[in-house]
Design a protein around this ligand. Structure first.
Ligand SMILES: Cc1cc2nc3c(=O)[nH]c(=O)nc-3n(C[C@H](O)[C@H](O)[C@H](O)COP(=O)(O)OP(=O)(O)OC[C@H]3O[C@@H](n4cnc5c(N)ncnc54)[C@H](O)[C@@H]3O)c2cc1C
Ligand code: FES
Length: 281
C-alpha cells in the first residue's frame, strides 16, 4: 500500500475488527476493514497468494496470508493462535483496533494459468493461502478448465472452511476430502491426502495443469512425490514458503534463503525454484 510518495513503508494503517468467526480449534477468522476508506480501496488490489503484516499495539507484528479473493467484498484473515501476537489478535473483540500493512509478496500469477486445469492439494491450515486462489478461479470459472481440490486434515473437526465447500461445488469445484482419524459421523475417506489421488473414479489431468500444494512439511514431501509420479513437471507445481519475517519488504534480510528474499521474491515459488534454493521443507 503506498497512498502517498512520502509514506513510511513500515507505517501500518489502522484497521477495525468487524466480526470474529470460530473455524476449528485455535483458529479463527477475523473480518476487518481499514478506518480509512482510501486505504481499503488501495489494499483491495492484492493478488491471491500475497500476505500482509498484522500489528497488535504494544505486542508486535506478524505476517499472515490473505485468504479472501480480491473479487470478494470483505477483507479477512484466518489465524491460528500459536504465540504472543496471534494470541493478542485472538483476544480482540468486535470494534477493537489493530493495524495492517501490505499487501506484500509476489502472489500466484493467476492470469498465466488461464486455460489450464487447476489442482489444489492442501493439508490442515495450508488451505488458508489457497482459499484466495480457489475463490478467484471459481469467480473466473470460464477462464479455467477443471478445478479440483484434494484436502485433508487430522480429524473432521479440523477441516477448514467446510461451510463453503457446498457453494464451491455448486460453482464447479471438484472436491475430495480426507481425514487421518474419524469417528462414526464421518463417511468420507480416511487416509493421507495423497490416498485421494488413487481412489476409484478419480482422474487428475497432468497435461496443461498447475498443481498448488500447501500444508505441513511432511504432507508436502509425500504429495510432491505423488505428483511427480503422476507425471507433473516440477515447474508446474507451485507452493508458498513460510519464513520468519520482520520488515516484509526486502530490507532486513530475516527471510532470506540463499539469494531469495521470501517476502519479495516469494512467498510463491514453483517446486523447481524451491529445489534450486536448496530449501528442505
Ligand atoms: C507469508 C506468511 C503467511 C502466513 N500466513 C498465516 C496465516 O494465514 N494464518 C496463520 O495462522 N499463520 C500464518 N503464518 C504464520 C504466522 O506468521 C505465525 O504463526 C506468527 O508469526 C506467530 O506469531 P506469534 O507472535 O503469535 O508467535 P511467537 O510468539 O513468535 O511464537 C510462538 C511459538 O510459535 C512458533 N511459531 C512462530 N511462527 C511459526 C510458524 N510460522 N509456524 C509454526 N510455528 C511458529 C514459535 O517457534 C514459537 O514456538 C504465516 C507466515 C508467513 C511467513
Ligand atoms: S522480512 Fe525483511 S527482508 Fe524479508
Amino acid at each position: 500500500m503506498n497512498l502517498s510518495k512520502n509514506k513510511n513503508i513500515y507505517l501500518p494503517e489502522v484497521a477495525v475488527l468487524d466480526r470474529v468467526v470460530d473455524d476449528i480449534p485455535e483458529v479463527k477468522t477475523f473480518y476487518w476493514r481499514f478506518e480509512n476508506p482510501a486505504a481499503q480501496a488501495e489494499f483491495k488490489r492484492f493478488r491471491p497468494g500475497q500476505f500482509a503484516q498484522i500489528s497488535l499495539f504494544g505486542v508486535g507484528e506478524f505476517p499472515a496470508s490473505l485468504p479472501p479473493s480480491p473479487t470478494e467484498e470483505q477483507t479477512f484473515f484466518t489465524i491460528r493462535q500459536v504465540g504472543s501476537c496471534t494470541s493478542a489478535l485472538h483476544q480482540l473483540k468486535e470494534g477493537d483496533h489493530f493495524a495492517v500493512r501490505g499487501p506484500y509478496g509476489n502472489g500466484f500469477p493467476m492470469e498465466e494459468y488461464y486455460g489450464k486445469n487447476l489442482v489444489f492439494v492442501a493439508g490442515g491450515i495450508g488451505l488458508i493461502p489457497l482459499r484466495s486462489c480457489i475463490v478467484y478461479a471459481l469467480e473466473h470459472r470460464q477462464k479455467f478448465q477443471r478445478i479440483q481440490v484434494f484436502y485433508g486434515a487430522k480429524t473432521p473437526g479440523e477441516l477448514m472452511y467446510v461451510s463453503h465447500f457446498q457453494e464451491w461445488q455448486e460453482k464447479g469445484l471438484e472436491c475430495s476430502l480426507t481425514v487421518d482419524r474419524a469417528g462414526r459421523e464421518w463417511s468420507g475417506n480416511v487416509g493421507v491426502v495423497g490416498s485421494l489421488f488413487k481412489k476409484p473414479g478419480v482422474t487428475i489431468p497432468v497435461d496443461n495443469t498447475v498443481a498448488f500444494v500447501c500444508g505441513p512439511p511432511i504432507m508436502f514431501r509425500f504429495v510432491i512425490q505423488d505428483l511427480l509420479a503422476l507425471g507433473f513437471q516440477e515447474r508446474n507445481i507451485v507452493s508458498t514458503l513460510e519464513r520468519y519475517m520482520k520488515c516484509g519488504v526486502g530490507k532486513c534480510g530475516h527471510c532470506c534463503i540463499g539469494v531469495a528474499y521470501i517476502c519479495v521474491d516469494g512467498p510463491v515459488f514453483t517446486y523447481e525454484q524451491i529445489k534450486r534454493l536448496g530449501e528442505d521443507i
